[in-house]
Design a protein around this ligand. Structure first.
Ligand code: COA
Length: 212
């Protein structure tokens, strides 16, 4: 099988997991890493070299047309993904082979599905989403672009996660709830009600911490 040449944008801790997932997916040939931070140029992460930032990527575009943004922060990830789109790069969808995904699930470009995730039927997942390690997305959930479902989270059936929402590690969202755009759910929270856009909630049961 001809493997698709790919770059990973990012060199941090999350990028390590993404690099490993890209390799495990066995469908891509990872060429290099990209990072705008000058101090990581020519460094290596898991034996893969960072060749530099956006300018260096553009200088290598004859070698590669597809990449994935490996940055956990939803707003930074989305900004870079939009820049890549504007420069006509394709965004890859990367799925770890240990993930269990129902056959009718729709997953859009730029989205990552990490090790040991379970996604049950009739789920829709938008662009540039992270479904992180060992999380469970139950039937009929909708996850909009730029969201991050951190490791070990459970989204019960029919939950709606709007754009750029961050669900902290180990959280549980009860069935049918809606988490509004840009909201943050703290680690290990249990969410019992809808959460407004831009609201941060923490605890079990989750209480409001702040709202922008
Ligand atoms: C929710 C969160 C974003 C808030 O961060 P913050 O705005 O910097 O909040 P602070 O640390 O200043 O804490 C503010 C208050 O909320 C409490 N709090 C913060 N996070 C909490 C949590 N997850 N559960 C319960 N209480 C929490 C703090 O104890 C503090 O309480 P106090 O005012 O009574 O002292 C952060 O604590 C969090 O949970 N992040 C998730 C991290 C994660 O899951 N990462 C996964 C990466 S893959």
């Amino acid at each position: 099988m001809n493997k698709i040449p790919i770059f990973v944008f990012g060199t941090g801790g999350h990028a390590k997991v993404v690099i490993d997932t890209v390799r495990c997916a066995n469908k891509f040939k990872l060429l290099f890493l990209i990072d705008d931070k000058q101090n990581v140029k020519n460094s290596r992460v898991l034996k893969c070299q960072c060749i530099g930032g956006r300018d260096e990527l553009l200088a290598h575009r004859d070698q590669v047309n597809e990449g994935i943004v490996a940055i956990g922060n939803n707003f930074v990830r989305t900004e870079i993904a939009d820049w890549l789109n504007n420069k006509s790069f394709d965004l890859a969808t990367i799925i770890h082979p240990s993930a269990i995904i129902a056959s009718d699930v729709n997953i859009e470009a730029g989205t990552l599905v990490m090790p040991s995730v379970v996604i049950n039927p009739s789920v829709n997942i938008g662009r540039n989403v992270i479904i992180n390690t060992n999380s469970i997305v139950e039937h009929d959930c909708q996850i909009d672009s730029g969201a991050h479902i951190a490791p070990g989270s459970i989204l019960s059936g029919g939950v709606v996660i709007e754009k750029n929402v961050f669900v902290g590690a180990g959280s549980v969202i009860l069935p049918g709830l809606r988490i509004g755009e840009n909201a943050i759910v703290g680690a290990n929270s249990t969410v019992l009600r809808d959460i407004s856009p831009n609201e941060t909630v923490v605890g079990s049961p989750a209480r409001s911490l702040k709202k922008y």
